[in-house]
Design a protein around this ligand. Structure first.
Ligand SMILES: [Zn+2]
Length: 267
């Protein structure tokens, strides 16, 4: 072996070492029959309708302090979103607060975020904790879990062949899309999707300078709230987001991957 070869080996092993990814590892969604543009347009319409309905009921919260707080946190998380989905640069992000006791928050495909006052009040969320929940919800959107869900729903509901959907989206009515978009935020995601959204949330928060360990306190608070509710009405968010030991352990196991990112941004 000559020196040149040795030098090359050294350089290439160095490159590999440098290329070792920082941050979390997540899976891409696979069942994505509906084009992203269709899904995002439909979700945007659903979101618009929801906000108009909230406004009519005087439930679109305009408390400047709370709304500005949510929007500021979103503005800090969003620049890091493209790491998980390059198309996010084109999204028309929106953040609104709805006055409702419902303990809930979501981000629809295309970056349409809503928080309910119930989740802020019941959990007395700190900024770090808001960033954690928002990051989790944004994670679902970036990994296109909603798009996958809508694709499944449309394929199942309308009972036409998958080929027909792929070849001619004209057969999918606006109503069917709307129904699928609604289901996309109201049904629980698969456990693996929940895990991945947690991981994206951790990394977005860390990169934006929010303490990633806040994710642990969020889920502990959720679980306490659920115990308090007992067999009565469990908080809405918990019906789609089980707060259990396994989830918390998984988050703790991944903290070392994002803490260095946080240390760089520490505020
Ligand atoms: Zn989730």
């Amino acid at each position: 072996m000559n020196l040149l070869l040795l030098a090359l080996l050294f350089v290439s092993s160095n490159v590999i070492a440098q290329a070792k990814p920082e941050g979390v590892e997540v899976r891409k969604s696979s069942f994505l029959l509906l084009p992203a543009s269709t899904v995002e347009r439909s979700a945007g319409q659903q979101y618009g309708q929801l906000m108009r309905a909230a406004q009519q009921k005087n439930a679109l919260n305009r408390d400047p302090e709370q709304v500005q707080r949510l929007r500021r946190i979103a503005r800090e998380l969003i620049p890091h979103a493209t790491r998980f989905n390059p198309n996010a640069t084109k999204w028309q992000w929106e953040v609104n607060l709805i006055s409702s006791k419902s303990v809930n928050a979501f981000c629809m495909p295309g970056g349409k975020i809503a928080f309910f006052t119930g989740i802020l009040d019941a959990l007395q969320l700190t900024d770090d904790e808001v960033a954690s929940i928002m990051g989790h919800e944004i994670g679902h959107a970036l990994l296109e879990h909603g798009r996958a869900r809508m694709s499944e729903q449309v394929a199942k509901n309308i009972g036409i062949s998958i080929a027909a959907i792929v070849l001619n989206l004209g057969q999918v009515s606006t109503e069917e899309l709307a129904q699928a978009a609604n289901l996309a935020v109201s049904l629980p995601y698969a456990r693996s999707q929940e895990t991945d959204a947690d991981l994206v949330g951790l990394e977005l928060a860390a990169r934006a300078g929010y303490y990633p360990r806040a994710a642990v306190s969020v889920w502990k608070k959720m679980s306490q709230l659920s115990q308090k509710a007992g067999k009565g009405q469990p908080p809405q968010f918990l019906s789609t987001h089980p707060a259990n030991e396994a989830r918390i352990k998984q988050i703790e196991a991944n903290l070392p991957r994002v803490m260095p990112l946080f240390e760089k941004e520490r505020r």
